[in-house]
Design a protein around this ligand. Structure first.
Ligand code: FE
Ligand code: CA
Length: 512
Protein backbone atom coordinates (compact mmCIF):
# COMPACT_ATOMS: atom_id res chain seq x y z
CA UNK A 1 0.00 0.00 0.00
CA UNK A 2 1.16 3.53 -0.64
CA UNK A 3 1.39 6.08 2.12
CA UNK A 4 -1.84 7.61 0.82
CA UNK A 5 -3.73 4.34 0.86
CA UNK A 6 -2.64 3.64 4.40
CA UNK A 7 -3.88 7.05 5.44
CA UNK A 8 -7.16 6.71 3.57
CA UNK A 9 -7.89 3.36 5.23
CA UNK A 10 -6.92 4.81 8.55
CA UNK A 11 -9.41 7.64 8.01
CA UNK A 12 -12.21 5.19 7.41
CA UNK A 13 -11.43 3.12 10.46
CA UNK A 14 -10.89 6.20 12.52
CA UNK A 15 -14.30 7.71 11.92
CA UNK A 16 -15.56 4.80 14.00
CA UNK A 17 -14.63 3.37 17.31
CA UNK A 18 -10.93 4.19 17.34
CA UNK A 19 -11.57 7.54 18.90
CA UNK A 20 -13.38 5.86 21.74
CA UNK A 21 -16.12 8.47 21.63
CA UNK A 22 -19.84 7.99 21.41
CA UNK A 23 -20.59 7.27 17.78
CA UNK A 24 -24.17 6.16 17.69
CA UNK A 25 -26.93 8.68 18.08
CA UNK A 26 -30.23 6.82 18.18
CA UNK A 27 -31.95 10.17 18.49
CA UNK A 28 -30.65 11.49 15.16
CA UNK A 29 -32.18 8.79 13.06
CA UNK A 30 -30.53 6.99 10.19
CA UNK A 31 -27.15 8.61 10.41
CA UNK A 32 -24.01 6.52 10.23
CA UNK A 33 -20.57 7.59 11.35
CA UNK A 34 -18.70 4.67 9.81
CA UNK A 35 -20.16 4.80 6.30
CA UNK A 36 -17.43 4.20 3.74
CA UNK A 37 -17.72 7.51 1.94
CA UNK A 38 -18.19 9.69 5.00
CA UNK A 39 -16.98 13.26 4.47
CA UNK A 40 -16.22 13.63 8.20
CA UNK A 41 -12.63 12.44 7.85
CA UNK A 42 -11.10 15.36 9.74
CA UNK A 43 -13.11 15.02 12.91
CA UNK A 44 -14.77 17.83 14.84
CA UNK A 45 -13.52 20.67 16.99
CA UNK A 46 -14.72 23.49 19.19
CA UNK A 47 -13.09 26.68 20.35
CA UNK A 48 -13.11 30.17 21.81
CA UNK A 49 -15.55 29.40 24.63
CA UNK A 50 -17.78 32.23 25.81
CA UNK A 51 -20.18 32.07 28.79
CA UNK A 52 -23.15 31.50 26.48
CA UNK A 53 -21.61 29.55 23.63
CA UNK A 54 -18.70 28.24 21.65
CA UNK A 55 -17.57 27.77 18.06
CA UNK A 56 -18.23 24.34 16.56
CA UNK A 57 -16.08 23.27 13.66
CA UNK A 58 -15.89 20.59 11.05
CA UNK A 59 -14.70 20.32 7.46
CA UNK A 60 -16.14 18.00 4.86
CA UNK A 61 -13.41 16.15 2.94
CA UNK A 62 -13.92 12.76 1.33
CA UNK A 63 -10.36 12.88 -0.01
CA UNK A 64 -8.65 15.08 2.57
CA UNK A 65 -5.08 14.81 1.30
CA UNK A 66 -5.99 15.75 -2.28
CA UNK A 67 -7.95 18.97 -2.11
CA UNK A 68 -10.84 17.55 -0.12
CA UNK A 69 -12.60 15.60 -2.88
CA UNK A 70 -15.91 17.43 -2.48
CA UNK A 71 -18.06 18.72 -5.38
CA UNK A 72 -17.70 22.47 -6.07
CA UNK A 73 -21.06 23.25 -4.55
CA UNK A 74 -22.61 24.40 -1.31
CA UNK A 75 -23.46 21.58 1.09
CA UNK A 76 -25.89 21.80 3.99
CA UNK A 77 -24.75 20.49 7.35
CA UNK A 78 -27.07 20.02 10.33
CA UNK A 79 -25.65 20.40 13.83
CA UNK A 80 -26.91 19.63 17.29
CA UNK A 81 -25.74 20.48 20.79
CA UNK A 82 -26.88 18.28 23.66
CA UNK A 83 -26.61 18.36 27.43
CA UNK A 84 -25.58 14.70 27.54
CA UNK A 85 -23.02 12.45 25.91
CA UNK A 86 -25.68 10.29 24.25
CA UNK A 87 -27.03 13.37 22.46
CA UNK A 88 -30.50 12.67 23.84
CA UNK A 89 -31.22 16.08 25.42
CA UNK A 90 -30.71 18.39 22.48
CA UNK A 91 -30.55 22.04 23.59
CA UNK A 92 -29.59 23.79 20.35
CA UNK A 93 -29.65 22.80 16.72
CA UNK A 94 -29.38 24.38 13.33
CA UNK A 95 -28.10 24.21 9.81
CA UNK A 96 -24.88 25.57 8.38
CA UNK A 97 -23.65 25.80 4.82
CA UNK A 98 -20.25 24.46 3.83
CA UNK A 99 -18.97 26.34 0.80
CA UNK A 100 -16.19 25.34 -1.60
CA UNK A 101 -14.68 28.82 -1.13
CA UNK A 102 -13.82 27.88 2.46
CA UNK A 103 -12.83 24.29 1.71
CA UNK A 104 -16.24 23.04 2.91
CA UNK A 105 -15.42 24.01 6.47
CA UNK A 106 -18.08 25.30 8.85
CA UNK A 107 -17.68 27.49 11.93
CA UNK A 108 -20.94 27.50 13.86
CA UNK A 109 -21.14 30.15 16.58
CA UNK A 110 -23.57 28.58 19.02
CA UNK A 111 -25.12 30.74 21.72
CA UNK A 112 -27.88 30.45 24.27
CA UNK A 113 -25.94 27.88 26.30
CA UNK A 114 -25.37 27.90 30.06
CA UNK A 115 -22.03 29.08 31.45
CA UNK A 116 -19.34 26.80 32.84
CA UNK A 117 -20.57 23.36 31.80
CA UNK A 118 -19.88 20.53 29.39
CA UNK A 119 -21.90 20.01 26.22
CA UNK A 120 -21.73 17.47 23.41
CA UNK A 121 -22.21 18.15 19.71
CA UNK A 122 -22.48 16.39 16.40
CA UNK A 123 -22.81 17.20 12.70
CA UNK A 124 -24.84 15.47 10.03
CA UNK A 125 -24.88 15.74 6.26
CA UNK A 126 -26.98 13.44 4.09
CA UNK A 127 -26.79 10.02 5.75
CA UNK A 128 -23.46 10.77 7.42
CA UNK A 129 -22.98 11.57 11.08
CA UNK A 130 -19.80 12.96 12.56
CA UNK A 131 -18.35 11.64 15.76
CA UNK A 132 -19.65 13.32 18.89
CA UNK A 133 -17.46 16.10 20.21
CA UNK A 134 -17.41 17.44 23.75
CA UNK A 135 -17.02 21.08 24.63
CA UNK A 136 -17.32 23.42 27.57
CA UNK A 137 -18.63 26.95 27.90
CA UNK A 138 -16.69 29.61 29.81
CA UNK A 139 -17.91 30.32 33.35
CA UNK A 140 -20.09 33.32 34.20
CA UNK A 141 -17.77 36.36 34.08
CA UNK A 142 -19.58 38.00 36.99
CA UNK A 143 -19.33 35.11 39.40
CA UNK A 144 -16.40 33.90 41.48
CA UNK A 145 -14.56 31.00 39.88
CA UNK A 146 -12.47 28.76 42.11
CA UNK A 147 -10.47 26.93 39.45
CA UNK A 148 -9.47 26.91 35.80
CA UNK A 149 -7.33 24.10 34.39
CA UNK A 150 -5.85 23.90 30.94
CA UNK A 151 -2.89 22.52 29.01
CA UNK A 152 -0.87 24.50 26.52
CA UNK A 153 1.10 23.15 23.59
CA UNK A 154 2.94 24.21 20.44
CA UNK A 155 5.12 23.02 17.56
CA UNK A 156 3.89 19.72 16.19
CA UNK A 157 6.12 18.86 13.25
CA UNK A 158 4.43 15.80 11.75
CA UNK A 159 7.59 14.25 10.32
CA UNK A 160 9.67 14.69 13.44
CA UNK A 161 7.58 12.68 15.85
CA UNK A 162 4.35 11.11 17.03
CA UNK A 163 1.65 13.06 18.85
CA UNK A 164 1.81 10.87 21.96
CA UNK A 165 1.59 14.03 24.07
CA UNK A 166 -2.04 14.45 22.98
CA UNK A 167 -2.86 10.87 23.99
CA UNK A 168 -1.86 11.85 27.50
CA UNK A 169 -3.37 15.33 27.36
CA UNK A 170 -6.86 13.98 26.67
CA UNK A 171 -6.70 12.08 29.97
CA UNK A 172 -6.00 15.25 31.96
CA UNK A 173 -8.80 16.74 34.00
CA UNK A 174 -8.74 20.11 32.23
CA UNK A 175 -11.24 22.63 30.87
CA UNK A 176 -9.51 23.55 27.63
CA UNK A 177 -6.42 23.35 25.45
CA UNK A 178 -4.37 26.35 24.32
CA UNK A 179 -2.21 26.04 21.19
CA UNK A 180 0.54 28.61 20.69
CA UNK A 181 1.43 27.95 17.07
CA UNK A 182 3.46 25.92 14.62
CA UNK A 183 0.35 23.80 14.25
CA UNK A 184 1.69 22.74 10.84
CA UNK A 185 5.11 23.04 9.21
CA UNK A 186 5.47 24.24 5.65
CA UNK A 187 8.55 22.29 4.54
CA UNK A 188 8.77 19.43 2.07
CA UNK A 189 9.68 15.81 2.68
CA UNK A 190 12.84 15.12 4.69
CA UNK A 191 14.77 11.85 4.87
CA UNK A 192 14.91 9.46 7.82
CA UNK A 193 12.10 10.86 9.87
CA UNK A 194 9.52 8.81 11.77
CA UNK A 195 6.71 10.14 9.56
CA UNK A 196 6.47 11.78 6.14
CA UNK A 197 4.96 14.93 4.73
CA UNK A 198 2.97 14.17 1.58
CA UNK A 199 4.58 16.69 -0.77
CA UNK A 200 7.12 19.48 -1.28
CA UNK A 201 7.15 22.89 0.45
CA UNK A 202 3.64 24.30 0.44
CA UNK A 203 2.72 27.48 -1.46
CA UNK A 204 -0.80 27.25 -2.93
CA UNK A 205 -4.11 27.18 -1.05
CA UNK A 206 -4.54 23.53 -1.99
CA UNK A 207 -1.05 22.79 -0.63
CA UNK A 208 -1.86 24.39 2.72
CA UNK A 209 -5.24 22.63 2.88
CA UNK A 210 -3.67 19.26 2.20
CA UNK A 211 -0.99 19.88 4.81
CA UNK A 212 -3.53 20.80 7.47
CA UNK A 213 -5.52 17.71 6.51
CA UNK A 214 -2.43 15.51 6.86
CA UNK A 215 -1.74 16.84 10.35
CA UNK A 216 -5.40 16.60 11.33
CA UNK A 217 -5.45 12.96 10.14
CA UNK A 218 -3.56 12.08 13.31
CA UNK A 219 -6.02 10.28 15.63
CA UNK A 220 -4.54 11.67 18.84
CA UNK A 221 -4.79 15.24 17.55
CA UNK A 222 -8.36 14.62 16.35
CA UNK A 223 -9.28 13.27 19.74
CA UNK A 224 -7.78 16.26 21.56
CA UNK A 225 -9.93 18.53 19.38
CA UNK A 226 -13.02 16.41 19.98
CA UNK A 227 -12.58 16.29 23.77
CA UNK A 228 -11.93 19.94 24.70
CA UNK A 229 -12.49 23.44 23.36
CA UNK A 230 -9.28 25.02 22.05
CA UNK A 231 -7.92 28.54 22.03
CA UNK A 232 -5.46 28.83 19.16
CA UNK A 233 -2.93 31.26 17.85
CA UNK A 234 -0.31 30.79 15.18
CA UNK A 235 3.43 31.25 14.89
CA UNK A 236 5.60 31.33 11.77
CA UNK A 237 5.35 27.84 10.25
CA UNK A 238 1.65 28.17 9.50
CA UNK A 239 3.02 30.24 6.59
CA UNK A 240 6.84 30.27 6.36
CA UNK A 241 9.76 29.87 8.78
CA UNK A 242 10.62 33.14 10.62
CA UNK A 243 8.56 35.35 8.29
CA UNK A 244 7.88 38.86 9.50
CA UNK A 245 4.68 40.53 8.25
CA UNK A 246 5.25 40.71 4.47
CA UNK A 247 8.88 39.57 4.54
CA UNK A 248 9.48 35.88 3.74
CA UNK A 249 12.30 33.68 4.96
CA UNK A 250 13.90 33.51 1.52
CA UNK A 251 13.90 35.94 -1.39
CA UNK A 252 10.33 35.45 -2.60
CA UNK A 253 9.00 38.65 -4.17
CA UNK A 254 6.67 40.62 -1.85
CA UNK A 255 3.45 40.31 -3.89
CA UNK A 256 3.95 36.60 -4.33
CA UNK A 257 4.68 36.18 -0.65
CA UNK A 258 1.51 38.03 0.31
CA UNK A 259 -0.45 35.63 -1.92
CA UNK A 260 1.26 32.75 -0.20
CA UNK A 261 0.51 34.27 3.21
CA UNK A 262 -3.14 34.63 2.21
CA UNK A 263 -3.19 30.91 1.33
CA UNK A 264 -1.64 29.95 4.66
CA UNK A 265 -3.97 32.22 6.63
CA UNK A 266 -7.07 30.97 4.83
CA UNK A 267 -6.23 27.30 5.30
CA UNK A 268 -5.53 28.04 8.97
CA UNK A 269 -8.95 29.63 9.38
CA UNK A 270 -10.57 26.75 7.51
CA UNK A 271 -9.13 24.21 9.95
CA UNK A 272 -9.48 26.01 13.28
CA UNK A 273 -12.53 26.63 15.48
CA UNK A 274 -12.36 30.42 15.07
CA UNK A 275 -15.09 33.01 15.10
CA UNK A 276 -16.26 35.12 12.14
CA UNK A 277 -14.13 37.98 13.49
CA UNK A 278 -11.14 35.96 12.22
CA UNK A 279 -12.45 35.44 8.68
CA UNK A 280 -9.51 36.09 6.37
CA UNK A 281 -9.61 39.36 4.43
CA UNK A 282 -7.20 39.30 1.53
CA UNK A 283 -3.80 38.50 2.99
CA UNK A 284 -4.85 39.57 6.52
CA UNK A 285 -6.55 37.74 9.36
CA UNK A 286 -7.25 39.15 12.80
CA UNK A 287 -6.27 36.55 15.35
CA UNK A 288 -5.57 38.66 18.43
CA UNK A 289 -8.49 38.56 20.84
CA UNK A 290 -9.47 38.29 24.50
CA UNK A 291 -11.27 35.52 26.37
CA UNK A 292 -12.45 35.67 29.99
CA UNK A 293 -13.02 32.84 32.47
CA UNK A 294 -15.19 33.92 35.37
CA UNK A 295 -13.61 36.54 37.60
CA UNK A 296 -10.45 34.43 37.66
CA UNK A 297 -8.61 34.87 34.39
CA UNK A 298 -8.47 36.68 31.11
CA UNK A 299 -6.45 35.52 28.11
CA UNK A 300 -4.95 38.10 25.79
CA UNK A 301 -4.15 36.04 22.71
CA UNK A 302 -1.44 37.74 20.65
CA UNK A 303 -0.14 37.51 17.08
CA UNK A 304 3.59 38.30 16.96
CA UNK A 305 4.04 37.41 13.25
CA UNK A 306 1.57 39.34 11.12
CA UNK A 307 2.47 42.90 12.13
CA UNK A 308 6.10 42.71 13.24
CA UNK A 309 9.05 44.49 11.75
CA UNK A 310 11.81 42.33 10.30
CA UNK A 311 14.17 40.49 12.65
CA UNK A 312 16.98 42.99 13.29
CA UNK A 313 20.75 42.60 13.20
CA UNK A 314 20.53 39.86 10.54
CA UNK A 315 18.34 37.47 12.64
CA UNK A 316 19.85 34.51 14.50
CA UNK A 317 21.64 34.79 17.88
CA UNK A 318 23.42 38.16 17.95
CA UNK A 319 24.50 40.93 20.25
CA UNK A 320 21.74 43.55 20.30
CA UNK A 321 22.84 45.94 17.56
CA UNK A 322 21.36 49.45 17.25
CA UNK A 323 18.49 48.11 15.13
CA UNK A 324 17.29 45.78 17.94
CA UNK A 325 17.15 48.80 20.26
CA UNK A 326 15.41 51.07 17.76
CA UNK A 327 12.00 52.47 18.71
CA UNK A 328 10.94 51.66 15.13
CA UNK A 329 11.13 47.93 15.90
CA UNK A 330 7.76 46.40 16.73
CA UNK A 331 6.69 42.82 17.48
CA UNK A 332 2.96 43.51 17.79
CA UNK A 333 2.40 46.48 15.50
CA UNK A 334 1.06 49.75 16.90
CA UNK A 335 -2.61 48.84 16.79
CA UNK A 336 -2.32 45.44 18.47
CA UNK A 337 0.00 46.80 21.14
CA UNK A 338 -2.48 49.57 22.01
CA UNK A 339 -5.34 47.06 22.12
CA UNK A 340 -3.24 44.76 24.33
CA UNK A 341 -2.25 47.41 26.88
CA UNK A 342 -5.76 48.92 27.01
CA UNK A 343 -7.16 45.47 27.71
CA UNK A 344 -4.70 44.87 30.54
CA UNK A 345 -5.57 48.24 32.02
CA UNK A 346 -9.30 47.50 31.92
CA UNK A 347 -9.09 43.91 33.14
CA UNK A 348 -10.70 43.17 36.52
CA UNK A 349 -9.52 39.56 36.50
CA UNK A 350 -7.26 37.97 39.08
CA UNK A 351 -4.83 36.50 36.53
CA UNK A 352 -3.91 38.19 33.26
CA UNK A 353 -2.70 35.48 30.91
CA UNK A 354 -0.84 36.39 27.74
CA UNK A 355 -0.93 33.58 25.17
CA UNK A 356 1.74 34.34 22.60
CA UNK A 357 4.61 32.87 20.63
CA UNK A 358 8.10 34.20 21.33
CA UNK A 359 10.31 34.20 24.44
CA UNK A 360 9.65 37.40 26.35
CA UNK A 361 12.28 37.06 29.09
CA UNK A 362 15.67 38.38 28.06
CA UNK A 363 17.89 35.30 27.85
CA UNK A 364 21.57 35.66 27.11
CA UNK A 365 22.54 32.64 25.02
CA UNK A 366 26.21 33.53 24.65
CA UNK A 367 29.22 31.78 26.11
CA UNK A 368 31.56 34.79 25.94
CA UNK A 369 29.89 37.90 24.57
CA UNK A 370 26.13 38.25 25.22
CA UNK A 371 23.97 36.81 22.43
CA UNK A 372 20.21 37.14 22.07
CA UNK A 373 17.73 35.59 19.66
CA UNK A 374 16.67 38.29 17.21
CA UNK A 375 13.47 36.40 16.35
CA UNK A 376 12.26 36.79 19.94
CA UNK A 377 11.36 39.82 22.08
CA UNK A 378 15.09 40.65 22.42
CA UNK A 379 14.94 41.80 18.79
CA UNK A 380 12.16 44.21 19.80
CA UNK A 381 13.66 45.68 22.97
CA UNK A 382 11.80 49.00 23.14
CA UNK A 383 8.41 47.33 22.74
CA UNK A 384 9.24 44.70 25.36
CA UNK A 385 10.41 47.29 27.79
CA UNK A 386 7.25 49.36 27.18
CA UNK A 387 5.09 46.32 28.05
CA UNK A 388 7.09 45.32 31.15
CA UNK A 389 7.12 48.91 32.44
CA UNK A 390 3.38 49.10 31.83
CA UNK A 391 2.84 45.93 33.91
CA UNK A 392 4.89 47.53 36.68
CA UNK A 393 3.55 51.08 36.65
CA UNK A 394 -0.12 50.18 36.21
CA UNK A 395 0.14 47.35 38.74
CA UNK A 396 -1.51 44.89 36.36
CA UNK A 397 -2.76 41.95 38.42
CA UNK A 398 -0.71 38.76 38.19
CA UNK A 399 0.54 38.72 34.59
CA UNK A 400 1.55 35.28 33.30
CA UNK A 401 3.02 34.95 29.82
CA UNK A 402 2.70 31.64 27.94
CA UNK A 403 5.14 31.00 25.10
CA UNK A 404 5.92 28.37 22.44
CA UNK A 405 8.21 28.46 19.40
CA UNK A 406 11.53 27.19 20.70
CA UNK A 407 10.92 23.47 21.28
CA UNK A 408 12.14 23.61 24.84
CA UNK A 409 10.83 24.27 28.35
CA UNK A 410 11.78 27.50 30.12
CA UNK A 411 10.54 29.17 33.29
CA UNK A 412 11.53 32.76 34.01
CA UNK A 413 10.68 35.85 35.97
CA UNK A 414 9.85 38.90 33.89
CA UNK A 415 11.72 41.97 35.11
CA UNK A 416 11.63 45.65 34.36
CA UNK A 417 15.40 45.47 33.77
CA UNK A 418 16.83 42.00 33.19
CA UNK A 419 20.38 43.28 33.57
CA UNK A 420 19.71 44.25 37.20
CA UNK A 421 18.77 41.36 39.53
CA UNK A 422 17.37 43.92 42.00
CA UNK A 423 15.00 45.34 39.40
CA UNK A 424 11.29 44.65 40.14
CA UNK A 425 9.82 41.34 38.97
CA UNK A 426 6.56 42.18 37.20
CA UNK A 427 5.36 38.85 35.89
CA UNK A 428 6.10 35.20 35.18
CA UNK A 429 6.77 33.39 31.93
CA UNK A 430 6.17 29.72 31.19
CA UNK A 431 7.62 28.53 27.88
CA UNK A 432 6.25 25.16 26.76
CA UNK A 433 8.23 22.68 24.71
CA UNK A 434 7.09 21.15 21.43
CA UNK A 435 4.65 18.29 20.96
CA UNK A 436 7.00 16.64 18.42
CA UNK A 437 9.27 19.21 16.71
CA UNK A 438 12.94 18.43 17.18
CA UNK A 439 12.45 14.71 17.79
CA UNK A 440 13.05 12.93 21.08
CA UNK A 441 14.83 15.80 22.85
CA UNK A 442 16.82 15.46 26.05
CA UNK A 443 17.00 16.57 29.65
CA UNK A 444 20.51 18.06 29.29
CA UNK A 445 21.06 19.90 32.55
CA UNK A 446 24.59 21.08 31.66
CA UNK A 447 23.03 23.40 29.16
CA UNK A 448 20.50 24.59 31.73
CA UNK A 449 23.26 25.37 34.22
CA UNK A 450 25.13 27.37 31.62
CA UNK A 451 22.00 29.45 31.01
CA UNK A 452 21.31 29.82 34.73
CA UNK A 453 24.75 31.25 35.36
CA UNK A 454 24.18 34.07 32.85
CA UNK A 455 20.47 34.61 33.50
CA UNK A 456 19.60 34.76 37.22
CA UNK A 457 15.90 35.31 36.39
CA UNK A 458 15.74 31.85 34.77
CA UNK A 459 14.34 29.04 36.96
CA UNK A 460 14.30 26.06 34.64
CA UNK A 461 15.06 24.87 31.13
CA UNK A 462 14.99 21.49 29.44
CA UNK A 463 14.59 20.03 25.96
CA UNK A 464 12.16 17.15 26.38
CA UNK A 465 8.90 16.95 24.42
CA UNK A 466 5.46 17.37 25.98
CA UNK A 467 3.16 20.11 27.20
CA UNK A 468 2.42 22.24 30.25
CA UNK A 469 -0.58 21.68 32.48
CA UNK A 470 -1.78 24.76 34.37
CA UNK A 471 -4.09 24.86 37.39
CA UNK A 472 -5.23 28.33 38.32
CA UNK A 473 -7.03 29.26 41.53
CA UNK A 474 -7.61 32.66 43.17
CA UNK A 475 -4.61 32.09 45.45
CA UNK A 476 -2.14 30.27 43.27
CA UNK A 477 -1.02 29.40 39.76
CA UNK A 478 0.60 26.01 39.25
CA UNK A 479 2.40 24.80 36.08
CA UNK A 480 3.34 21.14 35.70
CA UNK A 481 5.91 20.40 33.00
CA UNK A 482 4.68 17.09 31.53
CA UNK A 483 7.41 15.37 29.51
CA UNK A 484 7.72 12.29 27.29
CA UNK A 485 10.64 9.88 26.99
CA UNK A 486 10.49 9.84 23.19
CA UNK A 487 8.39 10.76 20.15
CA UNK A 488 10.35 8.91 17.44
CA UNK A 489 8.06 5.96 17.98
CA UNK A 490 4.58 5.72 19.48
CA UNK A 491 3.80 4.74 23.03
CA UNK A 492 5.94 6.85 25.35
CA UNK A 493 4.74 7.28 28.91
CA UNK A 494 4.60 10.70 30.51
CA UNK A 495 5.84 12.19 33.75
CA UNK A 496 5.94 15.54 35.49
CA UNK A 497 9.52 16.76 35.16
CA UNK A 498 9.13 19.93 37.23
CA UNK A 499 6.39 22.03 38.83
CA UNK A 500 6.30 25.72 39.60
CA UNK A 501 3.86 28.01 41.34
CA UNK A 502 3.11 31.70 41.34
CA UNK A 503 1.36 33.08 44.42
CA UNK A 504 -1.34 35.63 43.60
CA UNK A 505 -0.14 39.11 44.50
CA UNK A 506 3.51 38.13 44.40
CA UNK A 507 5.12 38.36 40.96
CA UNK A 508 7.66 35.72 40.04
CA UNK A 509 7.97 31.97 39.95
CA UNK A 510 8.72 29.59 42.81
CA UNK A 511 9.56 25.91 42.75
CA UNK A 512 6.49 23.91 43.79
FE1 FE B 1 8.25 25.31 15.99
CA1 CA C 1 8.26 28.97 15.42
Amino acid sequence: MTNDEVLRRAFLARTGQLLGLTIASPYWALGQTAAGDSPFTLGVASGDPAPDGVVLWTRLARDPLHGGGMPRERIEIDWQVAADERMSQVVQKGRATATPDLGHSVHVEVNGLEPGRWYWYQFKTGPHLSITGRTRTAPDPNKPLDKLSFAFASCQHYEQGYYTAYEHMVKEDIDLIVHLGDYIYEGGIAKDRPRRHSGPEIISLDDYRNRHALYRSDPALQKAHAMFPWIVTWDDHEVDNNYAADIPEDGMQRERFLERRANGYQAYYEHMPLRRASLPRGSSLQLYRRLAFGDLAEFSVLDTRQYRSDQPCGDGNKPQCAEALSPQQTALGTEQERWFLEGLQRSQKRWNIVAQQILMAKIDRGTNEPLFSMDQWSGYEVGRSRILNFLHERRIANPVVLTGDIHSNWVADLKVDFADPKSPTVGSEFVGTSISSGGDGEDGQDEAERYHSRNPHLHFMNRQRGYVRCDVTPKQWRSDYRVLDYVSKPGSGIKTRASFVVEAGRAGVQKA
